[in-house]
Ligand binder design. Structure first.
Ligand code: ZN
Length: 65
């Protein structure tokens, strides 16, 4: 299980590695560089699924089972 996901900002390409909570989805994420508020793309449950190098833990479990 990957608990760290590297988020790439779609606006400014700023890269930051974040630790994901295992019990909840993160639907809002503010880029520290440009300040844009990221939301999940349609069909994705959280910002990690949309912009992260790894999807959120619940999604990872889905994919492996
Ligand atoms: Zn940004």
């Amino acid at each position: 299980m990957q608990l760290q996901s590297t988020i790439v900002c779609p606006e400014c390409s700023f890269i930051k590695t974040e630790t994901m909570p295992t019990d909840s989805c993160r639907v809002l994420y503010q880029c520290l560089n440009c300040g844009v508020m990221l939301r999940p793309k349609p069909g994705d449950c959280c910002v990690f699924c949309s912009y992260g190098s790894f999807p959120c833990p619940p999604k990872q479990e889905e994919e492996t089972s």
